[in-house]
Design a protein around this ligand. Structure first.
Ligand code: DQA
Length: 144
């Protein structure tokens, strides 16, 4: 059987539902994760979900992924905009990675327009709220 896919949430995403609901929606972190699990199952994919607020823990998880997962869906939160270390970790493991954002980062503050992670990802899905994760799962199902 195929390895599972790994969904990674970066900093502050554990506060979804509570955090700026006008930007990120009112669904809680747990509700969104349940929808991710249900949708993956519907597509016949196994998935594991990981969240950390710490850059090092995110990098360690990406390293671990290289022989146990078949692809990564990553919302790196604010690290998206400046973490060369996360970018290098993705480049190192050579698994397909899809970058995800709930909000349309391009319609927001200028510092969110730049992603240092995008060049090492297959593609980016942003602006569809929690649906962005489900679209990424659908896209991943065609890649793996
Ligand atoms: C985010 C966008 C980032 O700019 C922000 O720092 C986040 C969430 C999103 O999902 O829209 O934490 O990645």
């Amino acid at each position: 059987m195929k390895n599972p896919i790994l969904v990674i949430h970066g900093p502050n995403l554990n506060l979804l539902g509570l955090r700026e609901p006008g930007v990120y929606g009112t669904s809680s972190f747990d509700q969104i994760n349940q929808e991710i699990r249900d949708y993956s199952e519907k597509l016949g994919l196994r998935c594991e979900i990981f969240q950390s607020n710490s850059e090092g823990a995110l990098i360690d998880k990406i390293h671990e992924a290289y022989d146990t997962f078949c692809g990564i869906i990553l919302n790196a939160g604010a690290y998206t905009h400046y973490s060369y270390a996360i970018r290098d970790a993705i480049a190192a493991i050579r698994l397909p990675c899809i970058e995800v954002h709930l909000s349309n980062v391009h319609a927001r503050e200028e510092f969110r327009h730049k992603s240092v992670i995008a060049p090492v990802c297959v593609g980016t899905i942003a602006g569809f709220g929690k649906q962005s994760y489900l679209l990424a799962i659908q896209a991943m199902s065609t890649l793996i």
